[in-house]
Design a protein. Structure first.
Ligand code: GAL
Ligand code: MG
Length: 945
């Protein structure tokens, strides 16, 4: 047995876990808190020597051939080894605690100087994150070892240091016993991927520091000397804060505590807050029930892997605040300390989760099986108890002083066993006032001592049942709204439910950012790196892209999480304040009445509405005309320094119906086509295929290919299950084969004033799923009226979409529309948009989802002007440079080839998006599920655009 396989030997000479802090040499410096100014702190980040070995047994006594590497980094991001993405399956046999015989090893080395003064002090070295097991040597002498990739390891190195030049060597192996506890769903990376630094401490230094900050006072455990500062001013009576300003995520007020023994000055930012769970199962901060508008955050970066710099983290958290997020679950391991400092300061509630996931135990015998209290599982095996409890202890002790932490979480997807009970017991014994969460508790129906009931991916309709359970613990969705690819589409519906029940305290979206790794300039995922087990693009499931650019799903989250909700009944607007601690009077509420895209009235209000309260306001709508053409809307927005919330309501104003007077059809014909000629236009209608195939206006070709009635869309990641009922992929038995569509024309009658086409649509090898009658009329200006009446078979699966596809010349790719914009939107993913006038181009409509898929739809559209054609009606549309076939088959963005035409869809309806990539099936009301369809729109060729 190798040392790193021996659970009793994996951590040697580790200092006991203490609270995270940086000691300073003066109170002034401590108060400022720039750790680089501390004489006692020396960051060892930077260039290190590096030698990589395929097998750890090949590491020689003396390495002569050194390369270079930057610390922190993952060695796979620096050209050694390759990234490996696997979700549940372990990347090696499940034979704990043993790992493969050939275990890669990276050896790191660098020099540093120790001054005379430093030598007199006690030197410590701190590693914030190393994957997986490592051994530390100073000046060639073994110091100790550690593991627990995302946890802190500190060693006392005083006795190894010499005045002058010193060498540190760190041997890191890829796998260790601990790797069995790190089977999270992510790219597997290795190396020293977080900060490494030295601390020169007093000989008799202050060890652990525990601060308690209630809503009344701030105290430090033990007999330690401390001062409390408010805004740089020392408080006279330490501890007792007069008129304290409490901490919450909306108003994150912090005091500074400096603990000192006159040699070291140790600052902490402290927030005064108390957490309580009420009898009703509410989650209360400072006596106020709150909702957690959360997200799961993994440390992921397309070129840096697991390493996120302080700036990267700050960017993430600021972006979260912009998206109205107030909570992060640190899925599924603790973050680097800077993360919690930022959450304290910027205001984010944190569910701090320790570095444990053993999901691959479910699949170790092939198939899928959770077994609770089962000896074969490490969570039940006594030999693993210390490994479990210490991972919990190392998180709790390191992070305990952060006001942002509102739950401790025991890890993820690890079954349930006695070692979980032991972890809970540990946390209970610490009496820190922070509730315990573990998603695995639901496997034993929450019959353990957790404070929160939690689940993942339950469907919206069952939330009410969870709310009704007779159990006064809150219910939390630790994961929901799986944001893979185009999505999530259902986050709004979840939150509407959460707000209805006191004990539904919200949840965390899965997940923050796409995990990708760049190869040859392309964003890649599982399977692109020759993995033996991989889960394809299941890692690209973020609500923001890997580079943190926003997508429609990001903005949909922003809308679902926003601080107001409004309803409009008649002329009464009710504004509900969804904030937990903010009065709406801190913002301006703008009301705009917009008719046919024109602003007709604007009001600005400052409404005094306390958190969770509402106010009704009667609008004066005398400005509304009796009739309009495109529609009238009330746009409500909440504005501070910028807009933070927006809702649009449809106002009651009759939309005048444009009269359509069909003309007698004048045409020539051959045995396949009829040629209709007007003043400045000519149309070719194909009677064999039952639709127009050419439109020429003023000698300009506006349409040169047959218009098709189709139902296919390139499956989104959220269609990854339903697509097997929709189209032919691996098996040819289960689907309606919508992607192999045959259009049949039974009859095409060219009558005096209309053309009537009776036909059907069927997938190859299937009976027709739809029978339709298409009627076409033309008025005296050449305007075409298209009417589709269809019946869809009773047992037919809901359609991806239903509508017409036009291929128009590429020169016509820029367009304008009146509908929902400007980002793409779908029936269930549209709360981030409002109906209005917008312009765009086919190129701008493209959304670079990691695996190409359906995108770029616009719903609630009344008008579209493109390439000389004006479409009017009530429809959805899509303009793209790519065919749905191209988008269906491309696996990476670089495989996409633009079509020679621009592809325009004018759709009756497009199915919503949902989050079925991991979550429940698409909510019924967002499916194209109707059995009869009546759809009408006009195409005007003489409108300007
Ligand atoms: C959950 C799991 C996450 C992630 C997600 C799918 O079951 O907790 O870690 O794997 O599924 O993306
Ligand atoms: Mg998992």
């Amino acid at each position: 047995m190798r040392k790193y396989e021996n659970l009793t030997k994996v951590r040697e000479n580790l200092s006991p876990q203490r609270a995270y802090y940086i000691p300073y040499d003066t109170a002034e410096k401590a108060l400022k808190g720039d750790k680089n100014s501390s004489k006692y702190y020396k960051l060892l980040n930077g260039e290190w020597g590096f030698a990589y070995f395929e097998r750890d047994i090949d590491v020689p006594e003396k390495i002569t051939d050194w390369g270079k590497i930057t610390v922190p980094s993952c060695w796979q991001s620096k050209g050694y080894d390759t990234p490996y993405y696997t979700n549940v399956n372990y990347p090696y046999p499940v034979n704990a605690p043993f790992v493969p015989d050939d275990n890669p090893c990276g050896v790191y080395a660098r020099e540093f100087t120790v001054s005379k003064e430093e030598k007199k002090r006690n030197g410590f070295i701190v590693f914030e994150g190393v994957s997986s097991y490592f051994e530390v040597f100073i000046n060639g002498k073994y110091v100790g070892s550690s593991e627990g990739s995302h946890l802190q390891s500190e060693f006392n190195i005083a006795k190894f240091l010499v005045e002058g030049e010193n060498t540190i060597t760190v041997k890191v192996v890829k796998w260790s016993a601990g790797s069995y506890l790190e089977d999270q769903d992510f790219f597997r990376f290795n190396g020293i991927f977080r900060d490494v630094y030295l601390l020169y401490r007093a000989k008799n230094n202050i060890g652990d520091i525990e601060i308690t900050a209630t809503t009344k006072e701030i105290t430090v455990k033990g007999n330690l000397e401390f001062d409390v500062y408010d805004n740089g001013e020392k408080l006279e009576e330490k501890g007792k804060v007069k008129n304290p300003i409490l901490w919450n995520a909306e108003k994150p007020y912090l005091y500074t505590v400096i603990v000192s023994n006159k040699d070291e000055f140790i600052p902490f930012k402290v927030g005064m807050r108390e957490i309580e769970i009420s009898d009703k199962g509410e989650f209360k901060i400072n006596q106020k029930p709150i909702k957690l508008r959360g997200v799961n955050h993994h440390d992921t970066h397309p070129t840096k892997g697991w390493y996120l710099s302080d700036e990267d983290l700050e960017k993430d958290i600021k972006l979260m605040k912009y998206l109205n997020i107030n909570c992060v679950r640190t899925s599924h391991y603790p973050k680097t300390p800077k993360f919690y400092e930022l959450c304290d300061e910027l205001g984010i509630y944190v569910v701090d989760e320790t570095d444990i996931e053993i999901h691959g135990y479910c699949t170790r015998n092939s198939g899928w099986q959770y077994q609770m209290y089962n000896e074969e599982w490490p969570c039940q095996n006594a030999e693993w108890k210390d490994e479990f409890v210490s991972r919990c202890e190392r998180m709790v002790e390191r992070d305990k002083n952060h006001p942002c932490i509102i739950m401790w979480s025991l890890g993820n997807e690890s079954g349930y066993g006695a070692n979980h009970d032991a972890m809970i017991e540990y946390i209970r014994s610490r009496k820190l006032g922070v509730p315990v969460h573990f998603e695995g508790a639901n496997l034993i129906e929450d019959k353990c001592d957790v404070d929160i009931r939690s689940k993942m991916y339950v469907d919206v309709s069952s939330l009410k049942d969870h709310a009704a359970v007779k159990d006064n613990r809150p219910f939390f969705l630790c994961e929901f709204s799986h944001s893979m690819g185009n999505g999530p589409g259902d986050v709004y519906d979840y939150f509407e439910e959460f707000y209805k029940y006191d004990n539904l305290i919200g949840g965390c979206i899965w997940e923050w950012a796409d995990h990708t790794a760049i190869k040859n300039g392309v964003q890649c995922y599982g399977g692109d790196f020759g993995e033996q087990t991989d889960d394809g693009n299941f890692c690209a499931d973020g609500m923001v892209f890997a580079n943190r650019e926003l997508k429609a799903g990001s903005m949909e989250v922003r809308a679902a999480y926003q601080g107001i909700n409004t309803t409009l009944i008649g002329d009464v607007l009710t504004i509900y304040n969804r904030f937990d601690f903010t009065n709406l009077k801190e913002y301006t509420l703008n009301l705009e009445v917009v008719v046919d895209g024109k602003l007709v009235k604007k009001e600005e209000h400052i409404f005094d509405i306390a958190p969770h309260e509402s106010l009704s306001y009667t609008l004066d709508l005398s400005c509304l005309p009796k009739e309009c053409s495109l529609g009238a809307f009330l746009n409500v927005s909440l504005v501070g320094t910028s807009e933070i919330a927006m809702v649009q309501h449809v106002l009651e104003a009759e939309r005048a119906k444009e009269e359509f007077i069909p003309e007698k059809l004048v045409y020539e014909k051959d045995n396949e086509k009829i040629y209709i000629k007007g003043e400045n236009y000519s149309y070719t209608f194909n009677t064999h295929y039952g639709n127009f195939e050419k439109i020429v206006v003023d000698d300009k070709v506006l349409l040169d290919e047959l218009i098709k009635l189709t139902v296919w869309r390139a499956p989104t990641d959220n269609d990854r299950r339903i697509k097997f009922k929709w189209g032919i992929f691996e098996d040819n038995l289960s689907a309606q084969n919508f992607n192999m569509l045959f259009s049949k024309v039974y009859s095409c009658d060219v009558l005096e004033k209309e053309i009537v086409v009776v036909g059907s649509l069927a997938g190859v090898a299937r009976s027709p799923f739809m029978k339709q009658t298409l009627t076409f009329k033309i008025d005296k200006n050449g305007k075409i009226l298209v009417n589709l009446k269809a019946t869809i078979g009773e047992d037919i699966v809901y359609l991806p979409r239903l509508g017409f596809e036009f291929k128009i010349p590429k020169t016509a790719e820029s367009f304008s529309y009146f509908g929902r914009g400007e980002m793409e939107n779908y029936l269930d993913l549209c709360h981030h948009t409002k109906v209005g006038y917008y312009s765009s181009t086919a190129k701008k409509e493209y959304v670079p989802y990691i695996m190409p898929q359906e995108h770029g739809n616009h719903s609630s559209v009344r008008e579209l002007k493109i390439g000389g054609l004006t479409f009017k009606g009530d429809f959805e549309f899509n303009v793209s440079n790519f065919t749905s076939e191209m988008l269906t088959h491309a696996m990476h963005t670089n495989e996409l080839i633009e079509d020679k035409n621009t592809i325009v869809r004018v759709d009756y309806k497009v199915s919503g998006i949902g989050s079925n990539s991991c979550g429940p099936e698409l909510i019924n009301e967002y499916r194209v599920n109707e059995k009869t369809v009546d759809f009408e729109f006009t195409i005007d060729v003489n409108g300007k655009n």
